[in-house]
Design a protein around this ligand. Structure first.
Ligand SMILES: NC(=O)c1ccc[n+]([C@@H]2O[C@H](COP(=O)([O-])OP(=O)(O)OC[C@H]3O[C@@H](n4cnc5c(N)ncnc54)[C@H](O)[C@@H]3O)[C@@H](O)[C@H]2O)c1
Length: 291
């Protein structure tokens, strides 16, 4: 796919990977429809792409709201007359321990944004992608859509589901002979605000151990610059790839999951201890026993 004058929709464009993808698409000549739940970050991204000379339409949008997303799709189509690329990127982290001690309201919110946001936006824009004749749907999953790790049940559930949803839509397109390529993206650690934002949302509930965990995440795991991740993702769109793994960590874990799928819980438990120095499960067991 060539990007010149293609209309590209990017959700969660106010920060991190979404912002960097918007900038990369603008650099390759796309026209942009950018949205985010946070208007300030969105305005900053809009300034960046406008500075590159790209036409840009912006909207404050909560992707978990089905009605708002449907209205948004109508507005984008009215503005540009066509939509060629949709990048479902908006997402949140936010698990705060093992599932046995988790709050289901928080679990629900992660599914509402990470999974239902992708479903809502795909439902709203897929007819336009089909009408484009050269449409491309891109859903951002995670390496946690391939490999589960302790303490991330909601996030992993959402990201495995995004993978399954994306592969199902691709199967629909292929079986029906419809002209939409469909890509699922599995980033490893990318240097963004995703972990900081999750801790900000948790507010005063954050324990010193969780704060330490956040620092470890930011220092040791979320390492790839978002611009580099965006280059890999947009290259994947350009070459029509079905599946894009972003980073050595994602590629390595993908191989491990293929070779020893049943050993993944052992591998991730070992990794957790090595990385965070805490056997999180035994802490959680004592917490649940005392509550
Ligand atoms: N950073 C990583 O290491 C990493 C790894 C794998 C996958 N991902 C995925 O990449 C995507 C982008 O994350 P990021 O790392 O750039 O995080 P980020 O926090 O920097 O950006 C996410 C953006 O989504 C927006 N957003 C949150 N809730 C929203 C909602 N309800 N409606 C609309 N917008 C909303 C936020 O305001 C923010 O601008 C997410 O889907 C995330 O799960 C990130």
């Amino acid at each position: 796919m060539k990007f010149n004058s293609k209309v590209a929709v990017v959700t969660g464009a106010g920060s991190g990977i979404g912002r960097a993808v918007a900038v990369e698409l603008a650099a390759r000549g796309a026209r942009l429809a950018l949205s985010d739940i946070e208007p300030l970050g969105l305005a900053h991204t809009a300034d960046l792409v406008a500075g590159q000379g790209a036409p840009v339409h912006t909207a404050t949008l909560d992707v978990s709201s089905r009605g708002a997303v449907a209205e948004y799709a109508t507005a984008v189509l009215a503005h540009y007359g066509a939509v060629d690329i949709v990048v479902n990127n908006a997402g949140i982290a936010g698990d705060s321990g093992t599932f046995v001690n988790s709050e289901l309201d928080g679990f629900q919110r992660i599914l509402d944004v990470n999974l239902w946001g992708v479903i809502n936006n795909t439902k709203a824009f897929l007819p336009s992608l089909i009408a484009s004749g050269d449409g491309h749907l891109v859903n951002i999953s995670s390496i946690n859509g391939i490999v589960a790790q302790p303490g991330t049940a909601a996030y992993c559930t959402s990201k495995f589901a995004v993978r399954g949803f994306t592969e199902s839509v691709r199967a629909d397109m292929v079986a029906s002979g419809l002209p939409v390529r469909v890509t699922v993206v599995h980033p490893g650690g990318v240097s963004t605000d995703i972990a900081n934002s999750a801790f900000d949302r948790a507010g005063s509930d954050v324990t010193p151990e969780q704060r330490k965990r956040l620092e470890t995440y930011n220092d040791k795991l979320l390492r790839m610059p978002s611009e580099k991740a965006a280059g890999i993702i947009v290259d994947g769109i350009a070459t029509g790839r079905s599946r894009v793994l972003v980073g050595h960590d994602a590629r390595l874990l993908d191989v491990v999951a293929r070779i020893v799928p049943a050993r993944i819980p052992v591998v991730t438990a070992w990794f957790e201890r090595r990385m965070f120095g805490v056997p999180a499960v035994s802490d959680e067991r004592s917490a649940s026993a005392s509550s």
